[in-house]
Write a protein that binds this ligand. Structure first.
Ligand SMILES: [Zn+2]
Ligand SMILES: [Zn+2]
Length: 374
């Protein structure tokens, strides 16, 4: 899809300078800082509130968080399925309003509603430049995954504010998009834009394995680019009903055997379950493409034969996170295409009730549970 017909303006980060040695730009901005501090696996969050002065370095952007959502990876950290620093501020999916900017960022950003890349990158290393995978930057910083020994202690989204670093791309959000529509754009949706990009042009029938938020976005993205038939498989029947609202046919995961061999031009794995891959290979036509994006846990051994890949002339590709252009495309996509986005994100709980919000994710009533600072 083209972005030429939108009026979204973009703000490119300046190449990163060493902010640790740079002098603060401005008079400090006084904020009422509210943070929910992660204390360890399944421990109650500690509500930390204080008036603090934030002095921005060159390239930094102070953003007030308007709405944040609990991503699956936050839940994995909370439940101990992935390592997390203690204490820290989790959360990386959010939308907010710019409060102040450091040097090298346009002043016109102040007051604008924005989203941002969930990683900060150097813009100079080979992954950032030659390889086109800045999400693998050699000096990568990931919001919502840092300890508190940082300059501002505002690196996660389960807080009133966040300080974006100099190598972070900031994307303005059009007024027409509700906070609840745009809030997962900087993780789930932008990731799926990168995933769907790997599905070759001309694919006519695509199967998505997994009807979580990634799968639902994948269905909408594929349908919108003209894929005639999108199927989505999941073990949970209610998720298939939701997928239908986003243009996909649903099939229970245990019933994909009803498809004949070689039924699909491409298969996308966002289930996070290694055993689905064997079936995915069977279902790919000769020359088909398999995109893996959900199997991020370390014990994701695959039960497949090399000969099946070779004899099937299968292209298998992994996608992890995304580049800045995918986030821009994600915001464009939300602006141009109407789907019932309100079905995906819960009404917000107050940030101070983050414990309740994490408990709510276990009910699986919503694909994303939202929190809003005071
Ligand atoms: Zn995420
Ligand atoms: Zn880099």
């Amino acid at each position: 899809m083209s972005s030429d017909n939108t009026t979204i303006s973009r703000v490119e980060p300046a190449p990163r300078s060493d902010t640790s040695s740079a002098a603060p730009h401005d008079a400090a901005t006084r904020i009422d800082r509210e943070r929910m501090l992660f204390q360890g696996v399944e421990q109650p969050f500690v509500h930390d509130r204080a008036a603090v002065d934030v002095a921005l370095h060159a390239g930094e952007v102070l953003v007030r968080i308007d709405l944040a959502t609990i991503c699956g990876s936050d839940a994995h950290t909370f439940h101990g399925r992935r390592p997390g620093l203690v204490p820290s501020v989790l959360g990386h999916e959010a939308v907010g309003t710019v409060v102040a900017v450091g040097d090298d960022r346009p002043r016109s950003l102040v007051g604008r509603r924005v989203t941002w890349t969930l990683v900060d990158t150097c813009g100079r290393c080979r992954p950032c430049t030659e390889w086109g995978i800045p999400q693998k930057c050699e000096s990568l910083f990931k919001y919502g995954h840092a300890g508190l020994d940082d300059t501002h202690g505002l690196d996660g989204c389960f807080a009133s504010h966040i300080v974006l670093r100099a190598g972070t791309t900031v994307v303005e959000v059009p007024d027409a998009l509700a906070d609840s529509t745009v809030v997962p754009a900087n993780c789930a949706l932008a990731t799926m834009v990168a995933v769907v990009e790997k599905v070759p042009a001309g694919a006519d029938r695509v199967l998505i394995q997994g009807a979580g938020l990634l799968g639902i976005y994948g269905a909408a993205l594929l349908r919108s680019r003209g894929v005639r038939e999108v199927w989505i498989s999941d073990a949970v029947a209610s998720r298939l009903d939701l997928a239908a609202e986003f243009g996909a046919h649903g099939v229970l995961a245990r019933e994909t055997e009803r498809f004949a061999d070689h039924s699909f031009d491409a298969v996308i794995e966002v289930a996070g379950v290694a055993k689905v891959v064997h079936d995915g290979i069977r279902l790919l036509r000769p020359g088909g493409t398999y995109v893996l994006a959900g199997l991020v846990h370390p014990d994701s051994l695959l039960d497949i034969k090399g000969v099946d890949l070779i004899a099937g002339c299968i292209t298998m590709v992994g996608v992890h996170n995304y580049a800045a252009r995918h986030l821009r495309e994600a915001v464009d996509f939300l602006t141009v295409h109407e789907y019932p986005w309100e079905l995906l994100v819960s009404p917000p709980l107050p940030l101070a009730r983050l414990d309740d919000a994490f408990a709510e994710t276990n009910t699986r009533d919503w694909l994303r549970v939202a929190v809003r600072p005071d």
